[in-house]
Design a protein around this ligand. Structure first.
Ligand SMILES: Cc1cc2nc3c(=O)[nH]c(=O)nc-3n(C[C@H](O)[C@H](O)[C@H](O)COP(=O)(O)O)c2cc1C
Length: 201
């Protein structure tokens, strides 16, 4: 891995998706700090249209069970990925779920004075992009504090059940993120070379 004297770059390059965790609990201050970092993200029209739910203890064990149970209704590979997600949730001492609140969608038309048809697609996209920025902040803050995390997008397949479980049926599913001390070093995945993803005009 490249090494940087700049701590932000060091954290960005060091962050990896971690799917298995030590039993060691995560300190309350660290949970608070990563949530604060998520909350500092940029957001469309500064609407901060995100919400986080922190899940621990028995509730977290019940969530892991729900995911494993729901996995049985899917075929491979979704079934295996959902099962792995359930195992990550079970293994992590704390899990954070992220949702879009719909506030931008609710207020967007009057804020921006544009057509209803254009606006619903626009505002929904803006909410998703804002929450994605918040989730990335959370992942990076976790890494910087020695914690591992993984963005579990596969739970979108059972988003209704997840939102109901969280008591957030009005929200839009964004991510479920197990957080904890990594059980082992993970091998860095291959990233595409820059000339494949960047074009200079
Ligand atoms: C939107 C999104 C959804 C993801 N969903 C899952 C998932 O459901 N399960 C999982 O194990 N990893 C998931 N990941 C993590 C990716 O697999 C991971 O980021 C990718 O393999 C690159 O590895 P890295 O994060 O270590 O750089 C997701 C990542 C993103 C950004």
């Amino acid at each position: 891995m490249k090494s940087f004297s700049n701590q932000t770059l060091e954290t960005i390059f060091r962050r990896r998706s971690i799917r298995l965790f030590e039993e060691r609990p995560v300190e309350e201050e660290k949970i608070h700090l990563i949530l604060e970092a998520a909350n500092q993200a940029p957001s469309a029209h500064n609407q901060q249209s995100w919400k986080f739910v922190v899940i621990q203890g028995e509730k977290k064990a019940a969530l892991a069970q729900l995911v494993s149970h729901q996995a049985a209704g899917f075929s491979k590979p979704s079934k295996s990925i959902l099962r792995m997600a359930g195992r990550s949730i079970a293994s992590a001492p704390v899990v954070i779920a992220a949702m879009n609140t719909g506030t931008l969608i609710d207020h967007g038309i009057e804020l921006f004075q544009i057509d209803f048809e254009v606006s619903s697609d626009f505002f929904r996209t803006m909410e998703i992009q804002s929450s994605a920025a918040a989730v990335e902040n959370l992942l990076l803050a976790a890494t910087s504090l020695g914690l591992g995390s993984v963005w579990l997008g596969i739970l979108f397949l059972i988003k209704r059940e997840i939102l109901e479980f969280l008591g957030e049926s009005r929200g839009e599913f964004m991510a479920v993120i197990p957080v904890g001390y990594p059980a082992r070093e993970s091998r860095p995945p291959k990233k595409r070379a820059l000339d494949y993803v960047v074009k200079y005009l």
